[in-house]
Write a protein that binds this ligand. Structure first.
Ligand code: ADP
Ligand code: MG
Length: 305
């Protein structure tokens, strides 16, 4: 019975717009808008592995939704709803209250509903969220569309979360605990960006996925990397390691023609974007600084080729 009282107490809000049937039956029901495709993804967070064990319940709730909305945004799609599979070591009402509040805070900020899930007991706290979104048929932005001479662009600042993880208590821990999925940015890039990915495993690795899927290379200008002021006291090499090989940024990295980038800027995106380089024919990721090639060894960076 405990399972049902948990669902009813924490995860069952009465009425939700655009949901034919939500929590309470064997499955949820949605009516897809005409001429749209369903965009769907899942991400699992394991305590101690994907977030520090003492992360607040509220932050865990927020982050478990945010990382999935980031994947939906990276397709250029609009998020619609989520399902939550929750595995709990024990029933802790204070924890559940904070967790569900964090989860709903993120859902509310991005207009997303919780439409179902599963609740079980297990020795390890594990949160698995499935996110659903809609996109006009054929309009999604894939990893495979980058073209030679496209600009390589990234949103926000990168490396903050990795720095926060290594300096718990520093203000940048906020960027680790409360990533901002770039939902609005993702949707305005639909029809403009040639390829896109969300940066979760470090920019070099994630950009590498675009390069491999598109069969192209890129040259990145190290002096253009958008790095938070707090990291500017570090050596160049350290800054680049955080920015290129850190994880958990949840910024969007995309490629776009110069013309489309101008059009995109007219749409006044709600987050800063920075041109960091260019797509090249040669299938490798290279770096330059002040116009000169600058070979880099990055800790934790796996070459894609
Ligand atoms: P079943 O036994 O048919 O799988 P459950 O008892 O697991 O049903 O779930 C009952 C209802 O509660 C379902 O609609 C399910 O989607 C929902 N649900 C279960 N756990 C959660 C959760 N953690 N968050 C949101 N909805 C949940
Ligand atoms: Mg079930």
């Amino acid at each position: 019975m405990a399972e049902f009282s948990i669902i009813d107490t924490y995860f069952n809000r009465p009425h939700q717009a655009d949901v034919d049937l939500g929590v309470g039956d064997d499955s949820a029901l949605l009516t897809p808008p005409p001429h749209h495709q369903l965009v769907i993804c899942a991400d699992t967070l394991v305590a101690g592995r994907h977030f520090p064990l003492d992360t607040t319940a509220h932050a865990i709730g927020w982050k478990s939704v945010a990382v999935n909305l980031s994947d939906i945004a990276a397709m250029g799609a609009k998020p619609h709803s989520i399902l939550l599979a929750l595995s709990l070591p024990q029933i802790d009402h204070d924890w559940l209250k904070g967790f569900s509040q964090g989860l709903y805070d993120c859902c509310d900020q991005f207009g997303v509903r919780l439409i179902g899930g599963d609740t079980t007991q297990s020795p390890h706290l594990t949160l698995s969220v499935t996110a659903l979104g809609w996109i006009e048929t054929g309009k999604s932005v894939l990893r495979s569309g980058a073209q030679v001479n496209d600009l390589v662009v990234v949103s926000g600042t990168i490396g903050d979360a990795a720095y926060g993880l290594q300096h718990l208590g520093h203000p940048l821990q906020q960027r680790l605990d409360y990533p901002t999925p770039r939902c609005e940015l993702g949707t305005i890039l639909k029809g403009l960006a040639s390829s896109m990915i969300d940066v979760s495993d470090g920019l070099a690795q994630d950009l590498g996925h675009i390069l491999k899927a598109s069969n192209v290379g890129a040259k990145i200008d190290l002096s253009r990397l958008p790095i938070d002021n707090a990291l500017k006291v570090l050596s160049d090499q350290k800054q680049w390691e955080y920015a290129l090989a850190g994880g958990d940024d949840y910024e969007l990295c995309f490629t776009i023609s110069m013309q489309n980038y101008q059009d995109f800027l007219q749409l006044q995106p709600n987050v800063k974007t920075t041109i960091i380089g260019k797509i090249t024919q040669q299938c490798e990721l290279t770096f330059e600084k002040d116009g000169l090639d600058h070979p880099l060894q990055l800790n934790g960076y796996q070459h894609f080729a």
